[in-house]
Design a protein around this ligand. Structure first.
Ligand SMILES: [Mn+2]
Length: 311
């Protein structure tokens, strides 16, 4: 059933004792949406709690002011979860039990009768923003902060092309509600762990170029990232493509047992997906991936020779 935002609000108003599910490797959007919806429901007299998998360090503060409530759950809502597989360690418990899906991934394939999926929204946070006023909840500063976190992180701080005029209008209203956008931007976009900066230095020192400098290749070994969390090594694939003149950026990540995960980012004229298909991978035109085996030198040599034929 295709629902309107008003109908979603009516459904929520009819139920109580909510569990709100987020996806694994949680990001600012699913967490911001989860906590905002939770507080809005509590504000109008409902019981609610957010179910997460392990929080990356920089998101932990988001849970600071969330009231923990004890109750037997009766109604399960998922936010920003495109597929039940993404529930991670909560999959077994909640698979087939979701009562309402709220999401912005057009590809959402959760089998559920009641779904609100709006692929026009840059972030699920845009949907939650509208829902909060439909629920009759008051937009507090903490609600505004969570929703700002959701929307700003899914748009790369309003830089990605998914940003719409509605995204910016919503953000403007969140500023009117007093959200701490400066502090949130600093944490989300301008802060890296010292270890991450050291890793980046090592990566830059070892960067290789080929194809008359149109292709840049970076790599991490298991030794280089030892003890680092996923959130400390994300975003590395954007390093090569920041370099002027580079049309193809390749990131090689060593995994256990001689396996290497390859991420390829390209500019318009090169098809990253076609490139990765040569190695049994795939993806999108501008961003794709594949897996290779062997030694690091061997893997890089294979990538360089394929790049020389492509770029
Ligand atoms: Mn999202």
């Amino acid at each position: 059933m295709k629902l309107t935002i008003k109908e979603v609000a009516q459904i929520l108003l009819k139920h109580d004792k909510f569990e709100i599910l987020t996806h694994n490797y949680p990001d600012g959007d699913c967490l911001g949406c989860g906590y905002a919806l939770c507080e809005a429901l509590q504000q109008i007299g409902k019981h609610a709690r957010v179910i997460t998998t392990d929080l990356p360090k920089r998101f932990v503060f988001l849970a600071d002011n969330v009231e923990e409530q004890e109750f037997e759950a009766e109604y399960i809502v998922s936010v920003d979860v495109a597929d039940e597989k993404l529930l991670g360690c909560n999959k077994e418990k909640y698979e087939g039990r979701i009562d309402l899906v709220i999401d912005h991934h057009g590809s959402n394939n959760i089998p559920c009768e009641q779904k609100y999926v709006d692929a026009e929204s840059a972030a699920a946070g845009e949907i939650i923003y509208e829902l909060i006023s439909e629920l009759g909840a008051v937009m507090t500063r903490s609600l505004a902060n969570w929703i700002y976190t959701a929307i700003s992180t899914d748009t790369g701080c309003f830089r990605y092309t998914n940003t719409s005029s509605r995204t910016l209008r919503t953000a403007a209203q969140l500023l009117d509600f007093g959200c701490d956008f400066g502090a949130i931007n600093k944490i989300m976009f301008e802060t890296k762990s010292r270890r991450t900066v050291q890793l980046e230095r090592e990566i830059l020192e070892n960067m290789r170029f080929c194809c008359s400098d149109k292709c840049a290749i970076i790599y991490t070994t298991l030794e280089m990232v030892e003890g680092m969390g996923d959130d400390e090594t994300e975003g590395l694939a954007s390093i090569p493509r920041r370099i002027e003149g580079v049309e193809m950026g390749i990131t090689v990540r060593e995994k256990p047992n001689g396996e290497y995960k390859i991420s390829v980012r390209t500019t318009d004229n090169i098809d990253a997906c076609e490139f990765c298909k040569r190695f049994g991978g795939g993806g999108h035109r501008a961003a794709a991936g594949c897996t290779l085996h062997g030694t690091l030198d061997d893997v890089i040599a294979q990538l360089v020779s394929a790049a020389e034929e492509t770029v």
